[in-house]
Ligand binder design. Structure first.
Ligand SMILES: [Zn+2]
Length: 105
């Protein structure tokens, strides 16, 4: 159960720990797609020379996806991280007024 906002008493609050996990996942996913896309379609000499070897082209795309995923995940994590108020307890963010606060368990 979520606590009411400590500023406007709204019940519409989200758990920032959950948001951080979602942000990390979404960032990783977006980063992976972007990484794979860039690896497949960037006009680099490496890709031109690997046309005869389609498997290495896929390997490059997988590598790009992994790299992009890691970068995306840390970006998503950082994005939520700066919303987190300092201190102990479960972090919450109010949808109503945008107030971030912590509640000790
Ligand atoms: Zn509020």
């Amino acid at each position: 159960m979520s606590p009411p906002c400590s500023r406007c008493a709204s019940q519409r609050v989200i758990n920032l720990e959950t948001a951080r996990k979602l942000g990390t996942t979404a960032g990783a996913l977006a980063g992976s797609i972007k990484g794979a896309y860039v690896s497949l379609y960037s006009p680099s000499r490496l890709l031109v020379s690997s046309v005869q070897f389609p498997l290495s082209r896929i390997a490059v795309a997988v590598m790009g996806a992994a790299t992009g995923g890691i970068a995306g995940a840390s970006a998503g994590n950082r994005m939520v991280q700066h919303l987190l108020p300092p201190g102990e307890g479960t972090p919450w963010l109010c949808w109503g007024c945008g107030h971030a606060f912590r509640v000790l368990n």
